[in-house]
Design a protein around this ligand. Structure first.
Ligand SMILES: [Zn+2]
Length: 150
């Protein structure tokens, strides 16, 4: 963590405040700023920026139907699906959203949470998309790889 130095916001970087600033005037001379102790600057601690939890689709390889929750903490969601076709007379593929499919989602706050999931359930796979043709703006999918699949 890198500390940030800044001009003292109480004395405005002067190192002193007017006589009587703290309630009791001791003469008429400016008093030493108690915030920066006369140093004119303070260290502003930098806090890590709050991070939004990461959401992943989550599936379990052995759960063929996908009806049962793949793991603790998973919530039922609608998973958007995409279909890509290549029109005969087009140079570009046509990707369109098709009917959503019920799925599961899990929210993880940190990489440690992801590693804990792996320790709890065994091998996991992290893939870029549950559907190959989904535009790459979609969220990642965690697959709890507890069974054989090709
Ligand atoms: Zn000060």
């Amino acid at each position: 963590m890198n500390d940030v130095w800044q001009a003292c916001p109480v004395c405005l970087g002067r190192g002193h405040v007017p006589a009587g600033f703290y309630g009791v005037a001791v003469g008429t001379n400016p008093e030493t700023c108690r915030t920066c102790d006369g140093a004119t600057v303070i260290v502003r601690p930098t806090l890590p920026a709050p991070r939004a939890p990461m959401r992943f689709y989550v599936v379990r390889t052995s759960a063929r139907s996908g009806d049962d929750s793949p793991c603790e903490g998973a919530v039922r969601v609608s998973v958007p699906r995409w279909d890509t076709t290549w029109p005969v007379d087009s140079l570009l593929p046509l990707t369109r959203r098709i009917e959503d499919k019920p799925g599961w989602e899990i929210e993880l706050a940190t990489l440690d949470d992801l590693l804990a999931l792996e320790r709890l359930h065994g091998e996991i796979m992290l893939t870029s998309s549950p559907y190959q043709s989904e535009p790459r703006v979609g969220r990642l999918q965690i697959e709890i790889y507890d069974d054989y699949r090709e």
